[in-house]
Design a protein around this ligand. Structure first.
Ligand code: PLP
Length: 456
């Protein structure tokens, strides 16, 4: 929590020079850490994340997926009374339990002070970390609460030791926010960035990845569900190919659009890092994200740069590092937003990820099947398995005009800029419709009726 007294026990320490470290010095210091740090062994996760309606019961046996309680979902989402929100890949509508948890904590801060309020919710905070871990099949020791997925990515990139000439492989459907810093690294330090050739359906072909990984590779990035295309990458098969590679690349999964939408099990994905946003399908507040750190990364990497939450200036020249993924966190954060994120994880457990995934997929397929029948519209989605993200183009009307027009009718859609992934979108933006489980058929029909006005 945001109090020094709340810090979990620190078990590792290594000497660091207090002067500003160059990247080379830092690498040396990382290598020294490597030799000093004992293996941190995490026990395997005990259950798949989509099954539990129970909070914090990591020993629960898998339950069959529940049917969706859409009545409850809509009752908990007051805006559905006046709004058709189909921009859940941008930011979803939080359930009222989430908003209330955020406001209640802000009120507590107002009444007793921010540090004091954080101490009071310390136990809830750690329980919330467990709830998030359960949602992705991980252990709470591996969970860092972040401000966004991009903040998590940046911490990963500054932590993994990279050298000139190191090769980094990314999926073709990668998000611009991931590719941008990697492109910078090609210029700043001479790493080599290669895009994986797409399989026939636009997803990463694991066999091709295995072939690519015969060449030494430092990192592999795979986006689970891209935001500019409805495909779903098989991150488990990508993980298996990456693990089998001789050179042991670090494997990073972008689960921004899949957290809260699809079952995720990091024990099967076998990634070193999984990054996700809180505000999208999980329905948490803005300004929240999750980083899940795997056992190898916890054992071998120190998290750079540390702040006073993740590390301690113990003696004059000693750095002690938190043994858990907390080392990746920042001391200053919105505790209220973090509690809202955890309330969103609890809510997803209560509704059931299996039930949510089924409803989102049905809603998206309903939209696809009807849009496919409209003149002047072209579906851009690829992939054998598809997510809740429906991306289309009208040959007649620019997406910005369509979004503005529907917003006036209280229907929220989104323009995906071409810069989201110019390799796949070219230089033209597209229209994104991203339903959630709380959307009912009336919502979808309302949007389809309005979109039909843009057909000839
Ligand atoms: C696929 C994907 N990855 C990463 C991000 C970045 O997430 P955040 O805004 O939480 O940093 C987004 C945001 O839209 C995204 O769609």
């Amino acid at each position: 929590m945001s109090s020094d007294t709340m810090r979990p026990a620190i078990v590792r320490s290594y000497a660091a020079t207090p002067k500003l470290l160059s990247r080379h010095d830092r690498r040396m210091s990382n290598e020294f850490t490597l030799s000093c740090v004992a293996l941190f062994i995490m026990s395997p996760p005990l259950f798949a994340a989509d099954q539990s309606g129970q909070r914090f019961d990591s020993t629960a046996f898998p339950q069959p997926p529940r049917s969706l309680d859409r009545h409850r979902l809509r009752a908990d989402t007051p805006a559905v009374g006046h709004l058709v929100h189909l921009n859940n890949a941008g930011a979803s509508l939080p359930p009222q339990q989430v908003t209330e948890r955020v406001i209640a904590h802000l009120r507590l801060e107002e009444q007793i002070g921010g540090y004091e309020a954080a101490e009071r919710v310390a136990e809830e905070w750690e329980n919330g970390r467990k709830s998030l871990a359960q949602l992705i099949g991980g252990q709470s020791e591996g969970i860092a609460i972040m401000e966004s997925s991009t903040a998590a990515l940046h911490k990963v990139l500054s932590t993994v030791p990279l050298h000139s000439g190191d090769r980094i492989l990314v999926a073709g459907a990668e998000y611009a926010g991931t590719v941008l810093p990697l492109l910078q690294l090609t210029r700043r330090m001479g790493v080599q960035l290669d895009f994986l050739p797409d399989g026939p359906d636009g997803t990463v072909d694991a066999d091709e990845l295995s072939r690519q990984l015969r060449t030494p590779t430092r990192m592999v990035f795979a986006v689970h569900a891209p935001s500019h295309n409805g495909l779903i990458n098989d991150v488990i098969a990508i993980g298996a190919a990456t693990r089998a590679a001789q050179h042991q690349p670090w494997y990073v999964v972008d689960a921004c659009q899949s957290l809260g939408q699809l079952p995720i099990d990091v024990s099967q994905i076998d990634c070193d890092f999984l990054l996700a946003s809180g505000r999208k399908y999980l329905r948490g507040p803005r300004g929240t994200g999750v980083l899940c750190v795997g056992p190898r990364a916890l054992a071998e990497l120190d998290a750079f740069p540390l702040d006073v939450r993740g590390g301690t200036w113990a003696r004059a020249r000693d750095v002690e590092i938190d043994p858990t993924a907390v080392r990746f966190e920042n001391y200053e954060r919105s505790v209220a937003a973090g509690l809202g994120l955890m309330a969103a994880a609890d809510y997803a457990h209560q509704i059931g990820i299996g039930a949510i995934a089924g409803a989102v997929a049905r809603n998206a397929e309903y939209l696809r099947s009807h849009l496919g029948g409209l003149a002047d519209w072209r579906l851009l989605d690829r992939g054998k398995r598809r997510s809740g993200i429906v991306v289309v183009r009208s040959t007649a009307t620019p997406p910005g005009e369509i979004v503005s027009s529907l917003r006036r009718e209280r229907v929220n859609l989104h323009v995906v800029p071409a810069t989201s992934n110019p390799r796949e979108l070219g230089d033209q933006p597209a229209l994104r419709i991203s339903p959630h489980a709380f959307n009912n058929q009336a919502d979808l029909d309302r949007a389809l009726d309005l979109l039909a006005n843009f057909s000839s």
